[in-house]
Ligand binder design. Structure first.
Ligand SMILES: NC(=O)c1ccc[n+]([C@@H]2O[C@H](COP(=O)([O-])OP(=O)(O)OC[C@H]3O[C@@H](n4cnc5c(N)ncnc54)[C@H](OP(=O)(O)O)[C@@H]3O)[C@@H](O)[C@H]2O)c1
Length: 230
């Protein structure tokens, strides 16, 4: 495993927190990114209290380009390189076009789409220079299917998947891998009161799938993972 340092956005909660915990348990240095400083600090403390644990918290709003730039700079200054960038931060707000919650659509577009692009813009040049790196973009099954309640959220997650598909082609022959991950329902605060006939996945199920993708040999680029509850 060449990956020594990872940035995980949306690491203060849910899937991102589980990814950070899994990576740290596998001796990867982790940069924890989200807006809530206190929560990030307490997760960093928990990870650093374990043998070999090396984590730092960098409070960042991924929807703000200058904050993402500063965060990546600080992460590279602290750990030298970033080998893995997990674009996980995301919001699911009112997504129904006829309900007209334009502010909520804009927030989802800013975080779920622009936030992803800002991170990619900052980390890819050094990954290409070092001829090694891995990008994980968290889309959703809502990036494959649309329901009448999911229109705008689905649009942002289709965008994430399009970004992953194009980026994989752009980065062919560079040594930088791209994996798009599309979870079904996972038990986090994001799903709120949403009901399903299937038992939601655990956050650790997604973290384990990501670890599987990054553990593949150098010549294997696992591009798309879709994970649903049985
Ligand atoms: N749960 C599901 O069923 C499910 C299914 C498919 C895909 N997903 C995707 O999985 C990802 C993680 O979601 P989750 O379910 O783990 O939800 P969650 O528990 O609500 O976590 C969302 C994370 O994103 C962070 N975040 C939100 N806005 C941010 C911003 N502007 N800047 C930086 N960080 C921000 C939050 O931290 P702060 O509030 O501290 O900033 C939090 O750490 C999302 O992209 C979501 O769309 C979830």
């Amino acid at each position: 495993m060449k990956i020594k340092t990872a940035v995980v956005t949306g690491a203060s909660s849910g899937i991102g927190k589980a990814i950070a915990q899994k990576l740290a348990a596998e001796d990867i240095q982790v940069v924890l990114v989200a807006r809530n400083k206190d929560t990030l600090d307490s997760i960093a403390k928990e990870l650093n209290s374990k043998p070999g644990g090396k984590a730092i918290a960098i409070p960042t709003d991924v929807a703000k380009r200058d904050e993402v730039k500063r965060m990546v700079h600080k992460a590279e200054e602290t750990f030298g390189t970033i080998d893995l960038y997990v674009n996980n931060a995301g919001l699911m707000l009112s997504a129904v076009i006829t309900e007209g919650e334009i502010d909520e659509w804009e927030q989802m577009i800013d975080v779920n789409v622009k936030g992803v692009l800002y991170g990619l813009h900052e980390v890819i040049p050094n990954m290409v220079k070092q001829k090694y790196g891995h990008i994980i973009n968290i889309s959703s099954v809502s990036g494959h299917e649309v329901t009448k309640r999911s229109t705008v959220y689905s649009a942002t997650k289709f965008a994430v998947r399009a970004i992953s598909m194009g980026l994989e082609k752009e980065l062919a022959h560079t040594g930088v891998k791209v994996t798009n991950v599309s979870p079904g329902m996972v038990d986090t605060r994001l799903i709120g009161g949403h009901q399903s006939t299937r038992k939601p996945l655990d956050t650790t199920d997604i973290a384990n799938a990501i670890y599987y993708a990054i553990s593949q040999p150098d010549h294997v680029n696992m591009n798309e993972i879709t994970i649903r509850p049985v």
